[in-house]
Design a protein around this ligand. Structure first.
Ligand SMILES: [Cu+2]
Length: 120
């Protein structure tokens, strides 16, 4: 392999890494700020998947399940001891009052799709 081939390979690799990093960071900062209620669409995942809620304040998460797959029929928020069945084409409301600042994940019953609750 010649030196310019190696340089080209390194450049394209760092380009790929940068792209991944950029989009992951961007996704992270795209947290949706919630005042007291948010509707989360359950359809091949959670939209929005990263939300930001206030500490010591009751926040209602309205999960609207559009996805018929049994994979998403349950939502689990382990840190809040919540495991909730979501009927299809319906809203299910879950109210949480986080007592501590931090990041809490929620996921489907089989831990395949994830979302994050940031408490600030
Ligand atoms: Cu699943």
């Amino acid at each position: 392999m010649s030196i310019d081939r190696i340089i080209a390979t390194i450049l394209s690799l760092s380009g790929i890494i940068f792209t991944y990093w950029f989009f992951l960071m961007k996704k992270e900062s795209n947290a949706v700020s919630v005042t007291d209620h948010i509707k989360i669409i359950v359809d091949g995942g959670y939209t929005p998947s990263v939300i930001e809620v206030a500490k010591d304040k009751a926040t209602t998460l309205e999960f609207f399940r559009k996805d018929p797959s049994s994979c998403l029929e349950e939502v689990v928020i382990p840190d809040f001891h919540i495991r909730q069945f979501l009927p299809l084409q319906q809203s299910t409301e879950i109210t949480i009052t986080p007592k501590e600042v931090g990041e809490y994940t929620f996921h489907c019953g089989m831990s395949m799709f994830f979302g994050k609750i940031k408490v600030v």
